[in-house]
Ligand binder design. Structure first.
Ligand code: FE2
Ligand code: FE2
Length: 271
């Protein structure tokens, strides 16, 4: 079932239908389908070798630790504001189960935060306490109460998370940290698809001019976040094999895939 679900998550317009039939674009998943996916994923996690200890050398740790503490904290939010935003959105579109999906999504992010936290504990590193997300939220409070803004920011961050955890995995020989990164990378692929589908739903009825403006705003936000991630985490990213040039190119390549997956035109809509 796992591979069938993951296969379904890879956005494709290829069809398994007989050659004579026109290929069908995919439909966005319903909240029921996403609930089934998240429940299935939670019940089929990779085995994490906690018994092996942190297993990280001081040199490796020195390159990644400050950055890892910040990501660990970022993954740990209690999600109350996101739930409130999702409740408003669910009421507006008449899909109460969407809130349950968001709860399972938040639970996965919290698991990422908890596992990274346990790794820091095992390595004897104190966890970070200052909640930067909270400080930023106060500034952007008004905008972040909209589901579209949440999903847009989250998908951009998740695109960078894919590069970041791949870099951390390459930067360490720790079996424990490598497995934690592998599970996060595995989880983030559907997360990106989930946000992209939500944005496709929201953008579906938008006219061409407004869609163009949305795309322009996305690019400004994306460049800002890419630069901020590089400035804040370049030491760890370099340890994982990224030059600025490679990071910049990879971020654009991944984001272009996400932009394609949030284009309403790539889906089949049931009227
Ligand atoms: Fe995460
Ligand atoms: Fe995620």
């Amino acid at each position: 079932m796992r591979s069938a679900m993951l296969e379904a998550l890879t956005l494709t317009t290829e069809s398994t239908a007989p050659a004579a039939m026109a290929p069908q674009p995919p439909a966005v998943w319903t909240s029921e389908q996403w609930l089934a996916y998240f429940r299935h994923n939670a019940a089929n996690l990779m085995l994490v070798p906690w018994e092996s200890g942190a297993g990280v050398t001081p040199t490796e740790l020195g390159e990644i630790v400050d950055s890892l503490k910040a990501w660990q904290l970022g993954e740990t939010s209690d999600g109350r504001r996101l739930i409130r935003t999702a409740e408003k959105h669910a009421t507006r579109i008449g899909d109460p189960k969407f809130v349950d999906v968001i709860r399972l999504f938040i639970a996965e992010e919290q698991r990422h935060g908890e596992e990274l936290g346990k790794f820091l504990d095992a390595a004897g590193v104190p966890r970070a306490k200052r909640d930067l997300g909270d400080s930023l939220f106060r500034v952007f409070r008004h905008f972040l109460m909209r589901m579209e803004v949440w999903a847009t920011i989250v998908v951009i961050i998740e695109v960078h998370a894919m590069l970041y955890y791949a870099a951390i995995r390459r930067a360490t020989g720790s079996a424990l940290l490598r497995r934690i990164c592998e599970q996060i990378l595995h989880d983030e692929v559907p997360h990106i698809r989930f946000q992209c589908e939500r944005l496709a739903i929201i953008h579906q009825r938008r006219n061409r001019v407004f869609r163009w403006m949305t795309a322009a705003a996305h690019r400004v936000l994306f460049v800002g976040i890419t630069m901020a991630v590089w400035v804040g985490h370049r030491r760890a990213l370099r340890a994982g094999g990224f030059s600025f040039r490679r990071f910049w190119g990879s971020a654009w390549a991944q984001m272009r895939k996400a932009w394609r997956a949030m284009n309403p035109k790539v889906y089949r809509w049931l009227q």
